[in-house]
Design a protein around this ligand. Structure first.
Ligand code: ATP
Ligand code: TZE
Length: 528
């Protein structure tokens, strides 16, 4: 015979000691079944096995008449002797595994639990259902602490959604708390109590049939409330997810639409970009700016900073090879650019490598408004710690980032952008750009870019060129600046004459110059 399908809705647990004096226990059981009890457990702690068997046989006659399963509490011998439909064990009784072994796979087996750990063990030990309690104070049990609906919920939430374990709450459950227990204990995982187990509320009631009827109605009402809440929540979540997806699609579309226009404008207007850059990349960044359509001026002397500020369209502050005079020039050029609302791009090269670089970065961020910060993961990590942004940290060796990067890079750039009220562009195999509200990942580029010195510095120049002609949207400018170089990098790497980083470096500049507006169709961007 296979295991019966059990309805746990109202589970009557007997106790002769609490039975109402106006009728026998058998009468209480029959009345309760007529009132709607769906499952019965015979619990007789005081009887010896022979008397227990005799009583159980009589009870079984009644339950069989109504096709309601009968479970025997604790005494597996009795369950087997009367061929009951199953048994229930406590934590201190015969073990669940032993009970399952003795009963076989087709009998119903339940166990009392009071913690998530006990619930999980019950699953492993082969239980069909767990009794969760003690829910409220009762006459039969006086635990130190009761679970209440919140404690029951914690246990329900510990049971994975795909596990077929059934659950009933037990302990002090009456008609006036049933609905609340069932509705309030429902887990965020959608798990709702499969039933309520009741002792005194039925056997001790004046009218066991009426009491059961009422309990069943209250259980059903609590179940309906809980499932409606869960469905509403899921619907809401689905709507939110749909809205977020629409928002992301719209952002990707809008950014993609603006890119080709930006390149055209850059080529037409050829903005002058002031670079206070480093000795290593000075020439490459100048050539990259030129190839993209901008016009570079490399001017690290403070004396000409004010004059230059009147004619340039944006400024790059690159701390790669610092000297005192570089720092003075950066602070002055930044100040003049701020005064004239010309975008300032900070490239904090190796910011975490030395105290000088860290302090210079701090000084720049403290005394200027930086419009766009561009760095690799290690540099952005240093900036996050300078500005007091609580993120995981990324180590650096010299000017290079170490390790695989942040576990949630999009969240990091967004947090730094929000806190510093600017655009943050973080480069790497995948680049991330955020202005605090919008965040995008860029998956273009070629690993050769990571194998030449200064490809990050060239990105800063490219961003500065696009920011110069996109004064109202530095976020899109940063995306365009990165994409332009990454597409050029892909095209360069694919050339037959590129055989390594050296030939790549020259081809890279060529392909920046060869970029056509429609090539932005090859952009692989993803909005968050
Ligand atoms: N493995 C890679 N695959 C694709 N693109 C890459 C890869 N590594 C780097 N890039 C690209 O190279 C550019 C520079 O990024 P990177 O993070 O290497 O800068 P960086 O460390 O600051 O460089 P540098 O200090 O040499 O100027 C970015 O546009 C980035 O997308
Ligand atoms: C290698 C190096 N050292 C200082 S700046 C620089 C170029 C990369 O930014």
């Amino acid at each position: 015979m296979s295991k019966p399908n059990v309805d746990y809705s109202v589970y009557l647990v007997t106790d002769s000691g609490l039975n109402h004096p106006s009728r026998t226990l058998l009468q209480s059981i029959e009345d309760s079944i007529q009132g709607g009890a769906t499952l019965v457990q015979l619990r007789e702690k005081e009887l010896d096995t022979a008397d227990f068997i005799e009583l159980a046989r009589k009870v079984h006659e009644v339950t069989k008449k109504y096709n309601v399963p009968l479970l025997i509490n604790d005494n597996i011998d009795v369950a087997i002797a009367i061929n009951a439909e199953g048994a229930h064990v406590g934590q201190d009784d015969v073990s669940c595994t032993e009970a399952r072994q003795r009963l076989g796979p087709n009998k119903i087996l339940g166990i009392s639990t009071g913690t998530p750990e006990e619930a999980k063990k019950a699953i492993a030990d082969g239980a069909d259902y767990i009794g969760i309690g003690t829910c409220f104070m009762t006459q039969t049990k006086s635990p130190k602490r009761t679970l209440g609906p919140m404690g029951v919920r914690t246990i329900l939430e510990a049971i994975p959604a795909d596990v077929p374990l059934k659950t009933v709450a037990i302990g002090g459950i009456k008609h006036d708390n049933t609905r609340r227990v069932v509705s309030h204990s429902a887990g965020a995982n959608g798990r709702i109590l499969d039933g309520i187990a009741v002792v005194t509320g039925i056997v001790g009631a004046q009218d066991a049939k009426k009491a059961t009827k009422q309990l069943l109605a209250e259980y059903k009402s609590g179940y309906e409330i809980a499932s409606k809440h869960h469905e509403d929540g899921q619907q809401q979540q689905q709507q939110q997810q749909q809205q977020q997806q629409q928002h992301r699609d719209a952002l990707e579309k809008k950014v993609l639409q603006s890119l080709s226009g930006l390149l055209k404008t850059l080529r037409e207007s050829s903005p002058l970009i002031h670079h206070i850059s480093n000795y290593v990349v000075m020439n490459d960044t100048a050539n990259a700016t030129l190839a993209l359509g901008g016009s570079p001026i490399m001017a690290p002397c403070v004396t000409e900073a004010e004059d230059l500020s009147k004619v340039v369209s944006s400024v790059v502050l690159n701390i790669g090879t610092l000297t005192d005079s570089f720092v003075d020039c950066m602070l002055a050029a930044g100040k003049y650019a701020n005064a004239q609302s010309k975008p300032v791009i900070l490239d904090p090269v190796g910011a975490g490598a030395t105290l000088l670089r860290q302090e210079t970065t701090r000084k720049i961020l403290n005394s200027l408004h930086v419009d766009i910060i561009k760095g690799n993961a290690g540099e952005i990590s240093t900036i996050a710690s300078i500005i007091g942004c609580d993120t995981e940290t990324i180590a650096m060796r010299g000017v290079d980032s170490l390790g695989s990067g942040f576990s949630n890079p999009a969240a990091v750039v967004q947090a730094v952008a929000k806190r510093e009220k600017c655009v943050v562009a973080m480069t790497g195999k995948i680049d991330y750009v955020s202005d605090g509200a919008r965040t995008i990942a860029i998956e273009n580029g070629h690993e050769y870019q990571g194998r030449i010195s200064g490809s990050g510095c060239m990105v800063a120049s490219s961003i500065a060129a696009f920011a110069a002609i996109s004064p109202n949207d530095h976020f899109v400018a940063a995306v365009a600046g990165i994409l332009a170089l990454n597409l050029a990098g892909e095209h360069a790497a694919a050339r037959d004459d590129v055989r390594g980083p050296g030939t790549f470096r020259a081809a890279f500049i060529d392909e920046m110059a060869n970029l056509e507006p429609e090539m932005f169709d090859q952009a692989k961007i993803k909005a968050f």
